[in-house]
Design a protein around this ligand. Structure first.
Ligand SMILES: Nc1ncnc2c1ncn2[C@@H]1O[C@H](COP(=O)(O)OP(=O)(O)OP(=O)(O)O)[C@@H](O)[C@H]1O
Ligand SMILES: [Mg+2]
Length: 321
């Protein structure tokens, strides 16, 4: 595999604030790396360094083999960048801005129309092309920003909260677009939407206080949750017996909690020992009792809980392999 992005021991100091602290990683073609982390963790600063908008205090970054400090122009020609917010030229119409971007990016005349048509179609920009950017809604400004970042079909994409402000339909479209483009590119996105990690990322990196604290697949991240392989069950025990006591008695179960729901009272969640699968054991025992299972759901793990643990107490479990 080819590493298109290489970050080596990068740190960035702003006065007394260490925004990025000895961060190292590589991203290969075909990967979508998700940056997760609380506000102020250092995600945008790391992205600005990779895109050449900020110089690191120490360390180095390269794109497609070109060092940002030494061959910045060559590196920046190969990347597309969607910064935070909407730092666009407000007085230009969306179309003027895309034409301007195409000329800055050096697209050949024959390519300009084709590429603009493509991004306009992908991002649903048709209705607003003639409108000055400053008069666009937040979501449409974001879409224009995304359009400029992919217009020249770069090998590397750095997208800072790409779906921020988009309506649910556009979020879905943009995630689809990122997935489609990912086969041939190396992509980094930052997000506060944990479902986005599952939807588009092949890899997730949790950053806190400028440091990388976890770098793994989304599934490994979910496996750190105490809910991993937990089973929520609701069963009719009319033939006699106690669902909670039965679940607590199973060899693979570590603990059981009541899960209230407006319409049913007999609903519990059974947590496994060591995150191992218990659904087989649970089902078998309920069937042996002759109880009718009304609901049975296996949890994949809850990313919000893992995120909270990692970035507040640091107490999430280690990934299971
Ligand atoms: N130009 C700057 N001057 C001084 N401090 C800065 C500057 N840019 C960023 N910082 C500080 O660096 C730290 C990291 O900020 P950064 O914008 O990278 O966080 P982030 O992870 O992107 O947060 P968010 O989720 O809110 O976007 C913060 O403490 C921020 O205040
Ligand atoms: Mg940010």
């Amino acid at each position: 595999m080819t590493a298109l992005i290489e970050v080596g021991s990068v740190s960035k100091q702003f006065g007394s604030i260490r925004a990025v602290d000895s961060v190292s990683f590589t991203v290969n073609r075909g990967e979508v790396l998700g940056f997760l982390g609380p506000n102020g963790a250092g995600k945008s600063t790391t992205m600005r360094i990779i895109t050449g908008f900020l110089t690191p205090t120490s360390g180095s970054a390269s794109v497609c083999g070109y060092d940002l400090a030494e061959e910045g122009i060559a590196a920046r020609a190969r990347l597309g960048y969607l910064p935070e917010g909407s730092p666009l030229y407000g007085e230009m119409t969306a179309l003027e801005f895309l034409r301007f971007t195409a000329s800055v990016r050096g697209l050949s005349t024959s390519k300009v129309a084709e590429r603009i048509k493509w991004v306009v179609g992908q991002l649903g920009l048709g209705p607003v092309l003639a409108q000055p950017i400053e008069t666009l809604s937040k979501g449409f400004k974001r879409r224009v920003g995304l359009a400029q970042s992919v217009l020249h079909d770069p090998d590397v994409l750095i997208l800072d909260e790409p779906t921020d402000g988009l309506d649910p339909n556009q979020k879905h479209e943009v995630r689809g677009l990122i997935r489609t483009m990912s086969a041939h590119k190396a992509i980094i996105i930052s997000t506060h939407l944990l479902e986005e990690v599952d939807a588009v990322c092949t890899r997730a990196m949790v950053i806190n206080h400028g440091k990388v604290i976890v770098d793994c697949t989304p599934d490994e991240l979910a496996s750190m949750s105490r809910y991993r392989n937990a089973v929520t069950v609701c069963a009719s025990t009319s033939s006699g017996g106690d669902l909670r006591v039965t679940l607590e008695g199973l060899a693979g179960v570590s603990s059981v909690e009541h899960v209230p729901k407006a319409t049913v009272s007999n609903r519990f969640i059974a947590f496994p020992k060591d995150g191992k699968s218990i659904v087989g054991e649970v089902t078998r025992h309920l069937q042996e009792k002759g109880w009718e299972i009304e609901e049975l759901e296996v949890d994949g793990g809850r990313l919000d809980e893992v995120f909270r643990d990692l970035t507040t107490t640091g107490s999430a479990k280690k990934p299971l392999h």
